[in-house]
Design a protein around this ligand. Structure first.
Ligand code: ADP
Ligand code: MG
Length: 393
């Protein structure tokens, strides 16, 4: 599983193609959130210090093989210049003569940003000729785009067949943190799973149940589990066809001595709005006309106490519709409990990461994965194509 990293090869004076995840939100022609750019800076700074010629490539949005002017990477180049406090060259191509000339004219320590790689059809198709064209720009390939590693695209996988291919520092950290939690967690190991649907998380649940000591379930998917136990769940999010899956997961947990915690009370309302009139009810008394949108106070206490005893916590999926203030308390309580537990804490999933950031608790987690979909697929136990393509140590 261990992959070669930047440190395993000499890059001085070499042209290094770095796949980064600069898929950032833009607003009014500016970068609205630079979290993902900042996450790639350690790799970029290291390459600059090593006198490499740094060639950055990323996708932005979903141009689907077309040139979409609003999705050019110029705003990203400007923001990166501010962060690095040095010039960042930008070309309007990602391969071909213009890009090659720009790459070949780089001096050691200089940085070039290529155009949005998804302007080209060959990228998402992982076209071999396209990947070879991209590889012509450089001597070495570094993948630091964990967030795109679950895609077998030309810039995340195909290009690695043509060049020495290693992990950047962000990629290395993601693999190490997510990998160690699955392979050798410090026990007790608790997984807190929530979010919207059971169907989104079946593979994560199946992969985690045999590995954890305690499984805590919240969010919309808790209602399918409650229904499997025979409770009426009113108009809560329920996937009737997934009741057998929920039953099976509960059985596996029981047979393996895994403690499984489900809500004992929930916050219900007639509608999911920020002005909704809500009330707390035990799970045995969910009104037929209402829906459960958060875990209740007794559940918050139950879950927080369990989390306090953990040595490792993996969290994926909010406990309720945390985007709406009346239903945010459960997610807040769990996030706080994880922060206070002093455990090794790893957060995966886009909405969970957003929730932790919104609550101001990001600095108190051991690791927050930068890959939404990629972190989920990793937690499902899949080998990601972007990781598989890198050289083994
Ligand atoms: P992540 O991105 O961290 O993997 P998910 O995408 O699985 O998380 O789930 C996040 C979504 O789940 C949020 O939009 C949240 O509003 C929703 N959610 C949480 N609890 C409920 C609930 N009880 N009913 C409906 N939706 C819920
Ligand atoms: Mg999500």
């Amino acid at each position: 599983m261990a992959k070669k990293t930047l440190r395993d090869l000499s890059v001085s004076g070499k042209k290094v193609l770095v796949r980064v995840d600069f898929n950032v939100p833009l607003k009014g022609g500016q970068v609205a959130d630079d979290t993902r750019i900042l996450a790639a800076v350690p790799t970029i700074e290291y390459l600059i210090q090593q006198d490499a010629k740094v060639i950055l490539v990323s996708h932005l949005g979903r141009p689907k093989g077309n040139v979409v002017p609003e999705l050019r990477l110029d705003p990203v180049a400007r923001r990166l210049e501010e962060i690095l406090e040095r010039p960042v060259k930008k070309v309007n191509e990602a391969l071909g003569p213009v890009a090659e000339r720009a790459a070949n004219s780089l001096l050691p320590g200089e940085v070039l940003l290529l155009e949005n790689i998804r302007f080209y059809r060959g990228e998402e198709k992982n076209d071999p000729d396209f990947a070879a064209g991209l590889a012509r720009l450089a001597d070495v390939y570094v993948n630091d785009a964990f967030g795109a590693a679950h895609r077998a695209h030309a810039s995340t996988a195909g290009v690695a067949q043509h060049l020495p291919a290693v992990a950047g520092f962000l990629m290395e950290k993601e693999i190490r943190m997510l990998g160690s939690i699955l392979e050798e967690p410090k026990r007790p190991f608790i997984a807190v799973l929530g979010g919207a649907k059971v169907s989104d998380k079946i593979k994560v649940l199946n992969n985690l149940v045999p590995k954890v000591n305690t499984l805590i379930i919240g969010g919309g998917m808790a209602f399918t589990f409650l229904a499997a136990q025979g409770y009426g769940v009113g108009r809560s999010l329920l996937e009737e066809d997934k009741i057998p899956v929920a039953k099976e997961i509960m059985q596996v947990a029981e047979s393996r001595g895994v403690k499984l915690l489900l809500p004992v009370d929930v916050v219900v309302a007639q509608e999911a709005t920020d002005k909704a009139v809500s009330q707390v009810v035990p799970v045995s008394a969910i009104p037929a006309a209402e829906m459960g949108l958060d875990i209740g106070p007794a559940t918050r206490k139950l879950y927080s106490e369990a989390i306090a005893g953990a040595s490792t916590v993996l969290w994926n999926g909010p406990m309720g519709m945390f985007e709406l203030p009346p239903f945010a308390a459960g997610t807040q309580a769990v996030a706080q409990a994880i922060a206070d537990s002093g455990s090794i804490s790893v957060v995966g999933g886009g909405d969970s990461a957003a929730a932790v950031a919104k609550l101001g608790l990001a600095g108190r987690m051991t690791h927050i994965s930068t890959g939404g979909g990629a972190s989920l697929e990793f937690l499902e136990g899949k080998e990601l194509p972007g990781v598989a393509a890198l050289q083994d140590k």
